[in-house]
Design a protein around this ligand. Structure first.
Ligand SMILES: NC(=O)c1ccc[n+]([C@@H]2O[C@H](COP(=O)([O-])OP(=O)(O)OC[C@H]3O[C@@H](n4cnc5c(N)ncnc54)[C@H](O)[C@@H]3O)[C@@H](O)[C@H]2O)c1
Length: 372
């Protein structure tokens, strides 16, 4: 924690413990061609869970596996409902699968993690968004509007195949919010009290890769080199999420997303300028690293506003009111967030109930965060 000297990076003051998560990463355009071979490293009866938009990638894998695919599930919904996991577990257990492959965004990966956790199956992930879940041991499920999350090494994919060609049809607006969601993971890792010097490098490089890619993707969504940079950023962001403890941003998204059923990556996108504006005064060096990695020049005291400006340039949503939150939800959200987060020792700067009221109100209206 760097409360005492905000000019120093968080990780430099406390010492650190670093564990290198063991997953194999295969990265390159067209590498869906190796997915069947990667899966067969872990078992010979393959079950595939895929996003509906990844139908042709799943067909390709099925053809390459030459009879080795024993079950396919092509229905994926957001937030990983427990009943969907239970249904998929029954199908995949009955098919006597020995290995599980998921192709899709965080929702497909989440469903597959739920199954992998129950059946103790090795998982191979082929992401098609920038969510980063494929690099983590974090699982999450919802039931009756409540999201439960946890960590289990067993759900972390053994191999991740990153094929930028599978992301060429990701619509520009989803690419932008998904990309900023990845940036937010990296920002949190830069602020994290348990970040290591290595995390700082990967998080900064993750932000740089994504920030470089997004403007091009907006203009030319099918450009493979821009998609490669973005997916590279997503990999580094997922890695950062895995190795550093999450802070205010992620925890607030978790509370609001679960409570109000707001869409995951737009919510991360809208809140980022406001959470950075709150944290910047306590972590000048970390915030400077965020701005530099984003390619932004300007004072740390205006970091939230500068990030908000960038989001406007990328045509990203900037107000909670614009992504499904209602005026009447503001007080409910403030009460729920305060109950969970107020006055916790959250590095680099705790939030009070009053901070949360201001932050959520500002984010609801979507005004440019004031300089601190
Ligand atoms: N466990 C973790 O470590 C972790 C990390 C990040 C996110 N998550 C979870 O992931 C979920 C959000 O993931 P997401 O943002 O990827 O959303 P998502 O998987 O729901 O995908 C968003 C939309 O994009 C579409 N899509 C996906 N790939 C596409 C492609 N290549 N082309 C066209 N359309 C495509 C999907 O059909 C969907 O409509 C949330 O539930 C979140 O909690 C978990």
């Amino acid at each position: 924690m760097n409360e005492n000297d905000p000019s120093l990076p968080s990780a430099e003051l406390t010492g650190f413990v670093h564990e290198w998560p063991a997953s194999r990463v295969v990265f390159g355009p067209g590498l869906i061609s190796v997915a069947a071979r990667e899966a067969s490293r872990y078992g010979d009866r393959i079950a595939v869970i895929h996003d509906p938009t990844a139908q042709s990638a799943a067909d390709r894998l099925t053809a390459d596996a030459a009879g080795g695919v024993c079950a396919r599930i092509g229905e994926v919904v957001q937030h990983v409902p427990v009943h969907a996991v239970d249904k998929a577990v029954t199908t995949i257990r009955d098919a006597r699968a020995g290995v599980l492959v998921c192709i899709g965004g965080g929702s497909a990966t989440g469903l597959a993690k739920g199954v992998a956790r129950k059946l103790e199956l090795p998982l191979v992930a082929i992401p098609t968004t920038y969510a980063g879940s494929e690099m983590t041991s974090i699982w999450g499920m919802t039931q009756d509007g409540k999201k439960t999350t946890g960590r289990a090494t067993a759900v972390r994919p053994r191999t991740v195949v990153y094929d930028p060609e599978l992301t060429l049809d990701l619509p520009a607006e989803i690419s932008v919010t998904s990309g900023i969601n990845a940036i937010a993971h990296c920002v949190e890792a830069l602020y994290a009290h348990d970040a290591s010097p290595l995390t700082r490098l990967t998080a900064a490089e993750g932000i740089r890769s994504m920030a470089r890619a997004l403007p091009t993707i907006l203009e030319r969504p099918r450009e493979v080199s821009a998609r490669s940079f973005a997916l590279r950023g997503a990999w580094l962001s997922g890695w950062s999420l895995e190795v550093a403890t999450t802070g205010l941003h992620h925890k607030l998204c978790h509370v609001l997303g679960g409570l109000l059923d707001l869409p995951h990556s737009p919510l991360h996108t809208v809140l980022l300028p406001y959470t950075v504006a709150h944290l910047a005064p306590a972590a000048a060096s970390d915030t400077q690293a965020v701005l530099e990695s984003l390619g932004i020049t300007g004072p740390v005291s205006d970091a939230g506003g500068l990030i908000w400006d960038l989001h406007r340039l990328l045509a990203a949503p900037t107000a909670l009111a614009g992504i499904g939150m209602r005026e009447a939800d503001v007080d409910v959200a403030v009460a729920a967030a305060s109950a969970v987060l107020a006055d916790l020792p959250l590095p680099p700067r705790p939030v009070t109930a009053s901070d949360l009221r201001d932050l959520i109100r500002e984010a609801f209206d979507g005004n440019r965060p004031a300089s601190r």
